[in-house]
Ligand binder design. Structure first.
Ligand SMILES: C[S@@+](CC[C@H](N)C(=O)[O-])C[C@H]1O[C@@H](n2cnc3c(N)ncnc32)[C@H](O)[C@@H]1O
Length: 291
C-alpha cells in the first residue's frame, strides 16, 4: 500500500514542471481524498523529544542507514532543545514549515511554545485552522493537552505562503520587531535550533519522490555548505566528502535513532528514521557539537 501511494504521489508531481508543484500540493488538499502522508497525529519521535526534553538519550537500535548514528551512541540531544520560556518569560517561537493539518503546531503549543505553521496550500491552511480549534479533542488528545499548567499553552497560528519566498513573514506577528524563530522543525534561522526528522532514510535513491530518499548523510553534506550543491554517484546516492564547513554552516548538536516513529519509518521491525538537531556554527561552542 505504501508503495502504491508513493507511486501515485510521484506521478502526481512528475507530470508537471517544478514551478507548478505548489499548485499540485494545493490540488491534493482541495480534493482531500489522497493525503497519504497525513497520519492523523504528530510523529511519535517528536512527541518523545518534547516530553523527554532535557534527558540524555542513546540510540537503541542498530540503524543501517547511510550516516545514521551507531547504536548506543550517547547524545546530549534532549538537553540541547531550549524550553518554552526564555529568561524574560516570553515564549519561544517555533516555525513548522509545510505544517499540513497542523499536528506539530498543536504539539509545540501544548508544550508552551508559540507555534506558527506555514502552508503553501490555502486549502491546507484552512484545514489546519479548523483542526487546531479542536486539536485537544482528537484521537491522541493526551499529546495536545497542556503539558505543564504553570507554563500553559502557546499560541497556534497558521500562515499561508511559500517557504522559499519572504512574503508570508509580513503575516507573522512580531516579525518586524525581528523576533525571528527560536526553533524550526525542519529548517533553521540565525540563533535558532533546526530539528530534522530524517525520513525516509531507507528508500533507494533511484526510486524518486516525494518522499525523496533522505539518508542522514544528505543533511550533513548540505548543511556543511548551505546553499551549495552536493555530489551524488551515478545511482543517485549522496557522496560523503571532506569539504570544509563554510562560515554559515550548521553544525550537528544531536543525532539519534528515536525509540518510536511513524510506521512508515519502521522497516522489518527496525526504526530507520533519525532525529538530528543543528545550530549555526557561529552560535555553537565546540563542546556542544555532536561528533
Ligand atoms: C508531506 S506533507 C507533510 C504535512 C505535515 N507536516 C504532516 O506531517 O502531516 C508536505 C506539506 O508541505 C506543504 N508544502 C510543500 N511545499 C511547500 C513550501 N514551499 N512552502 C510551504 N509549504 C509547503 C504541502 O502543501 C504539504 O502540506
Amino acid at each position: 500500500m505504501a508503495t502504491q501511494n508513493q507511486d501515485r504521489l510521484r506521478t502526481h508531481f512528475s507530470s508537471t514542471p517544478d514551478k507548478e508543484h505548489n499548485n499540485r500540493w494545493d490540488d491534493l488538499w482541495r480534493d482531500s481524498t489522497f493525503l497519504p502522508w497525513d497520519r492523523g497525529h504528530a510523529n511519535p519521535a517528536l512527541i518523545d523529544l518534547l516530553q523527554e526534553r532535557g534527558r540524555p538519550l542513546s540510540s537503541p537500535d542498530p540503524n543501517p542507514s547511510l550516516g545514521a548514528p551507531p547504536p548506543n551512541s550517547e547524545s546530549a540531544g534532549y538537553a540541547s532543545l531550549a524550553g518554552p520560556l526564555r529568561d524574560d518569560k516570553k515564549r519561544r517561537r517555533v516555525l513548522v514549515p509545510g505544517c499540513g493539518k497542523g499536528y506539530d503546531v498543536a504539539l509545540f503549543a501544548a508544550h508552551g511554545y508559540d507555534a506558527y505553521g506555514l502552508e503553501v496550500s490555502s486549502h491546507a491552511a484552512e484545514a489546519a485552522k479548523g483542526y487546531l480549534k479542536d486539536a485537544d479533542k482528537g484521537p491522541m488528545e493526551g499529546e495536545y493537552k497542556v503539558a505543564d499548567e504553570k507554563i500553559g499553552k502557546g499560541v497556534m497560528n497558521v500562515v499561508c505562503g511559500d517557504f522559499f519566498e519572504d512574503g508570508w513573514l509580513a503575516d507573522v506577528e512580531g516579525w518586524e520587531g525581528d523576533e525571528g524563530f527560536d526553533i524550526i522543525y525542519d529548517i533553521t534561522s540565525t540563533g535558532g535550533v533546526l530539528i530534522c526528522l530524517e525520513f525516509p532514510t531507507h528508500k533507494p535513491a533511484s526510486s524518486g519522490g516525494p518522499p525523496w530518499s533522505l539518508p542522514p548523510l544528505v543533511h550533513t553534506e548540505l548543511l556543511k555548505q548551505p546553499g551549495e550543491d552536493i555530489s551524488y554517484d551515478d545511482q543517485g546516492v549522496v557522496i560523503k566528502t571532506d569539504r570544509e564547513e563554510t562560515d554559515n554552516a550548521l553544525v550537528k548538536i544531536a543525532h539519534y535513532t528515536p525509540r518510536r516513529t511513524h510506521d512508515a519509518g519502521v522497516i522489518k521491525g527496525l526504526v530507520r528514521d533519525c532525529v538530528s538537531m543543528w545550530r549555526h556554527k557561529v552560535d555553537c561552542p565546540e563542546e556542544q557539537r555532536w561528533h
